[in-house]
Design a protein around this ligand. Structure first.
Ligand code: SAH
Ligand code: TMP
Ligand code: ZN
Length: 410
């Protein structure tokens, strides 16, 4: 680590030391149309750790309008497992924070309305805040109320003026996308009732380290949370971390419950997670350096395997044109010679080229026409769902390649 690489933490202004450089990367959800002539946008993707508050974060923020706009393709409803996850989440809110008929919930980053749709069905007051107008429209078509905006302090003040204060704010896979969390927490302070709570869930840095899932690192994911860094962050903004619970989705996440200081009883889980992180040395710089070394080994192994398969004349396709896969394809140097195409169920990705690496995206129906010899599972976080759906691939002699937690043929 070179002292000249130091810059300031977005949470506490402490010095941030870069520990992993993933090179020149495109916008992870900017799928190209064949024949696009406008130059592709690239930025330097690198991640560092704050020496003061331990928050892991990107060393470079991509302007938010480049990522989240009317053409943002990701649809939360694209996975049956995730639909189920959000149905359970909505049901549990309806039994707790939203028990009363008059209660009000806001969701930050509601996407296509997969969670709020169920709240709307139950007749509860709700409002989604979602800057990507295309996905927001899908939510509105499902009778979900949405404000097309980035959540920040000014948005929250507008909401208070027109809708009043909320009992609950919820956010899945979005808070880690927002560099300007100081403004977000000032907004939460404005919009939540005195006893209101904020529940958010995001990929857990502990899982990223344990699984070497470096593909969780891409433009949209600005922060990589630990219980320690979240507790410190919310305290700085006048809140208190009152509960932590693990979630078995998206490769391992934590759900954090945050209240105004002193408003709720802190569950034993908070201290237990903090102790476990301490024992594992998760917040230590040495853990970050070891992780970076494992990432380098994983890259060499995947590159070597794909080159050997190519030389032996085997066909290889990708499965799941995930945002995560942009990091892998561009960091490992996966060209259309090594992986001919990627199958994906998202309409807005099909018929286009993946960002940077330019692998063609085809519909899942094309997967069997004919099956490739090997399929590189980019959507490894949906492995069970996809392997069950595509069980005939193996019956036809096909083999899956995974790279999380290590490079293997299955
Ligand atoms: N909650 C969904 C969507 C996650 S994708 C799920 O878990 O599947 C992240 C979403 O956050 C995108 O739809 C993006 O448009 C939205 N987003 C990004 N910045 C935001 C901000 N400042 N406020 C609200 N939503 C934001
Ligand atoms: P995610 O990992 O960010 O949720 O993205 C998953 C991607 O994989 C998304 O583009 C949709 C795609 N997908 C399929 O093509 N088939 C499937 O069965 C599932 C679950 C996802
Ligand atoms: Zn810091």
């Amino acid at each position: 680590m070179n002292p000249s690489e130091s810059f300031r933490c977005r949470i506490c202004r402490g010095p941030v030391w870069q520990f992993l450089d993933l090179g020149r990367q495109p916008i992870s959800d900017a799928f190209r149309t064949a024949g696009d002539t406008d130059p592709e946008f690239f930025f330097d993707l690198a991640v560092g750790r704050c020496a003061a508050c331990t928050m892991i974060q990107l060393t470079n923020a991509v302007p938010r309008e480049r990522m989240f706009h009317a053409g943002y393709p990701y649809l939360s409803s694209g996975s049956a497992v995730m639909r189920e996850h959000f149905a359970r989440t909505a049901a549990s809110f309806l039994e707790t924070e939203l028990r009363d008929d008059g209660s009000f919930v806001i969701e930050i980053g509601c996407n296509d309305g997969v969670m709020l749709g169920m709240i709307a069905e139950a007749g509860r007051r709700h409002l989604g805040v979602e800057p990507s107008a295309g996905v927001a429209r899908i939510a509105e078509d499902a009778e979900v109320r949405v404000r097309v905006a980035f959540f920040e302090e000014s948005t929250a003040r507008d909401i208070v003026a027109t809708e009043g204060r909320a009992d609950l704010a919820y956010s899945a896979n979005t808070i880690c996308h927002i560099p300007y969390l100081d403004s977000v927490f000032r907004g939460l302070d404005a919009v939540l009732k005195p006893s209101g709570i904020f529940v958010f869930e995001d990929p857990y840095f502990g899982d990223i380290v344990a699984k070497t899932s470096y593909d969780q690192i891409y433009d949209e994911h600005f922060y990589y949370f630990t219980v320690r860094s979240v507790r410190e962050m919310v305290r700085r903004f006048g809140f208190e971390l009152v509960d932590v619970a693990p979630l078995a989705v998206h490769g391992g996440e934590l759900r954090y419950t945050v209240a105004r200081a002193g408003q709720r009883t802190v569950t034993p889980a908070v201290a237990e997670w903090l102790a476990a992180e301490e024992r594992a040395g998760l917040a230590e710089a040495i853990t970050c350096s070891r992780f970076a070394a494992n990432v380098g080994a994983n890259r060499r192994a995947l590159r070597g395997l794909l080159e050997r398969l190519h030389e032996a004349g085997h066909s290889v396709a990708g499965y799941g044109a995930t945002a995560k896969s942009a990091t892998v394809t561009n960091f490992v140097g996966i060209t259309p010679e090594l992986v001919s195409y990627v199958c994906d169920s998202t309409p807005a990705k099909q018929g286009r080229l993946t960002p940077g690496a330019h692998l063609p995206v085809l519909s899942p129906e094309r997967f069997r026409e004919p099956y490739p010899d090997y399929a590189l599972l980019f959507a490894w976080n949906h492995a069970e769902e996809i392997m069950a759906k595509e069980h005939e691939f193996r019956d036809h002699g096909g083999r899956w390649i995974t790279y999380v937690p290590d490079v293997a043929i299955r």
